[in-house]
Ligand binder design. Structure first.
Ligand code: F6P
Length: 331
């Protein structure tokens, strides 16, 4: 019978397990054997894997992280590694490989495709949502939820002290998590890579709004969301500049890897299941080197290089909503 393999690679994302489950269940029905490589591409190089069957998929949908473990494998960039991976897959008789991960993982998958004749199918798993060709990525919605719940809590203490808080969210070089996390938490200002002009303009904007609010209402709390990897001098530099100019204490909160964990919210579970199940129906079809994504409620197959060649634009409606509701003195 046909043998297929799954690996999860790069930053783990809530919903990866639900995706593994969907693939395994569909494969079981079709009579395919499934194995899971461990630790991303490292397992593929070291022939570390476990067999996956439907019984092990019980109670998995709701679990964060990835049962297959993940890693960033720089070594996989070399031709030698891709050749070794191809030989390992052939040795086990694997004919289809599913790669659940983000753009780095997809680049790895494309690279492997230059050395391996088998079928390669990518599934978008990252909290960053920075993958072109799919409306959303698996893990993104849960990360927004985590950021929003955290900011809600920060708001309580910010209100109590009428303080300014600076909350740093993940997203690597994309602002999706920052934008939608800031909107849903009704934050007061958001600093995003896609919309950032310069330090001075940002500081001035914040100061103007904060002072207008203070004039109208006296002391107020003020929450600023900052996308990671963006502020030139880092978050500490922005804190000290804000403290100088606002003449108040500014407290930083770095949400960090908390945003990567937790039980996936329904949207991520559903996306993971839909994409995983659809991907498993492609086994053996003459299509390879693609990512399965969702666009407007439909499953789509997108050539891997298209998923990273351009950067994905922020969602227009969210940006418009931000302009209407945030970064202004009326919020
Ligand atoms: O890609 C997911 C992500 O969490 C990014 O948001 C972040 O920049 C990066 O991974 C962190 O990487 P690491 O877990 O290797 O520190």
């Amino acid at each position: 019978s046909k043998k297929v393999a799954i690996l999860t690679s790069g930053g783990d994302a809530p919903g990866m397990n639900a995706c593994i489950r969907a693939i395994v269940l569909v494969c079981e029905r079709s009579g395919f054997d499934v194995l899971g490589y461990l630790h991303g591409y490292n397992g593929l190089l070291k022939q570390q894997y476990r067999e996956l069957d439907a019984r092990q998929m019980h109670n998995l949908t709701q679990r964060g992280g990835t049962i297959l473990h993940s890693a960033r494998c720089l070594e996989f960039k070399t031709d030698e590694s891709a050749r070794l991976a191809a030989a390992n897959l052939d040795e086990l008789g694997v004919t289809t490989l599913f790669v659940i991960g983000g753009d780095g993982s997809f680049r790895g998958a494309q690279h492997l495709g230059n050395f391996w004749d088998g079928q390669i199918i990518g599934l978008p798993g990252t909290i960053d949502n920075d993958i072109v060709g799919t409306d959303a990525t698996i893990g993104y919605f849960t990360a927004i939820e985590t950021a929003v719940q955290s900011v809600d809590k920060v708001r309580d203490t910010a209100d109590a002290f009428e303080r300014v808080f600076l909350v740093e969210v993940m997203g690597r070089h994309a602002g999706f998590l920052g934008l939608n996390g800031a909107l849903a938490s009704a934050s007061d200002y958001v600093i995003l890579p896609e919309l950032f002009e310069n330090e001075e303009k940002t500081l001035k904007d914040i100061l103007t709004q904060l002072n207008e609010r203070r004039d109208q209402r006296g002391n107020v709390s003020y929450i600023i969301i900052l996308a990671e990897n963006l502020w030139p001098g880092g978050i500490a530099d922005l804190v000290s500049k804000l403290e100088q100019r606002t003449e108040t204490e500014v407290r930083p909160v770095i949400l960090g890897h908390v945003q990567r964990g937790g039980s996936p919210v329904s949207q991520d579970r559903l996306l993971a299941m839909k994409l995983g199940a659809h991907a498993a129906t492609l086994i053996g079809k003459p299509i390879t080197g693609i990512m399965v994504g969702e666009q407007n409620g439909q499953a789509v197959e997108v050539p891997l290089p298209l998923t990273w060649e351009h950067s994905k634009p922020l969602d227009d409606l969210s940006v418009n909503t931000m302009t209407l509701l945030m970064n202004n003195r009326y919020a």
